[in-house]
Design a protein around this ligand. Structure first.
Ligand SMILES: [Zn+2]
Length: 306
């Protein structure tokens, strides 16, 4: 469902799976009833939206034929994955693919993504691209395609900078039996902005949104904008949190949970806030009212408007 997953499709074909291609994420819910798929590949938000549409049509996602979900296409907070598990009542597995490169995926252990080291060589560089970082330290993913003698490929990568960040978790054999090394959920460098030299990634915002208590009021859809007011000498982070019930939403609770989670992840932002440099502004629009719905293409959820 709307994920560029050609490698996954080819692999599934080789394994003999039946595939139902659903390019659009608005496919009719009757597909679920008539074809009884056992797994869906999609992004976290598309799968949450699908669950909501099914509920509206009287179909409980937890009672459906689905036994697992596979997410890909964008990085996400662990909190949003946990919520997705809960809504569907099945485990949800992460994947990582760069458009040009390869496909990494979680196994049933869900303890990092396996890198297919027989197909691709992954290096992790420091942000200035001068040296490798050691395992356990975050750096940029650099890929090189490995080809057996005589094989051909359409897209050959040699020291290709994906501009994605990750950490090598372990090179030990996984309890699932695989020997492929495991990496942390990659994040996109392009989704990181800096407020007074403090990095803020879209996923940090998402962590604050998907605090479990908040989900009693929120749909999970969000967007955030950073502004700077030169007269006040202050930066503003405006966060829009979509709610199913603007009147009944406990805004105070949501704000507190959001800030607490954000500052736990990025303590330096908390300092900027207590020093008075960074202010937060919240907006609780009803469903369908976020700016990102009016824009085409991949939704941008953290926008720098300074
Ligand atoms: Zn494994």
């Amino acid at each position: 469902m709307n994920v560029g997953a050609n490698t996954m499709t080819l692999a599934a074909h080789s394994l003999g799976f039946t595939i139902i291609p659903e390019g659009k994420c608005t496919f009719p819910v009757r597909v679920m009833n008539h074809l009884k798929p056992t797994a869906i590949v999609g992004s976290v938000f598309k799968l949450l939206r699908l669950a909501r549409r099914m509920e509206e049509e009287g179909l409980d996602p937890q009672e459906s034929s689905i036994t697992k979900l596979i997410v890909g296409g964008e990085s996400f907070a662990e909190e949003s994955r946990r919520y997705l598990d809960e809504v569907w009542g099945v485990p949800c597995y992460n994947t990582y693919g760069s458009t040009e490169g390869t496909m990494c995926g979680e196994c049933t252990e869900r303890a990092g993504l396996h890198v297919p080291e027989d197909l691709v060589h992954m290096d992790v560089y420091d942000p200035k691209m001068q040296d490798f970082v050691s395992d356990g330290t975050q750096g940029r993913i650099v890929l090189t395609t490995l080809l057996p003698v005589g094989e051909r490929t359409g897209n050959l990568l040699i020291n290709y900078d994906t501009e994605d960040l990750t950490t090598v978790l372990t090179r030990d054999r996984c309890p699932c039996g695989r020997t492929h090394m495991r990496i942390d959920n990659p994040r996109r460098e392009a989704e990181t902005i800096y407020i007074a030299d403090v990095p803020l990634n879209r996923v940090d915002i998402e962590k604050g949104v998907f605090q479990r208590e908040n989900m009693e009021y929120l749909s999970g859809e969000y967007e955030a904008f950073v502004y700077f007011d030169p007269d006040a000498g202050k930066a503003f982070l405006r966060v829009s949190l979509e709610t199913h019930d603007p009147e009944g939403c406990n805004q105070k609770l949501v704000k507190e949970n959001f800030l607490e989670a954000l500052f736990r992840e990025r303590p330096a932002l908390g300092r900027l806030h207590s020093e008075g440099y960074l202010e937060f502004v919240y907006h609780f629009p009803p469903e369908g009212d976020l700016e990102l719905y009016r824009l085409k293409g991949r939704p941008k959820r953290l926008v720098d408007r300074r």
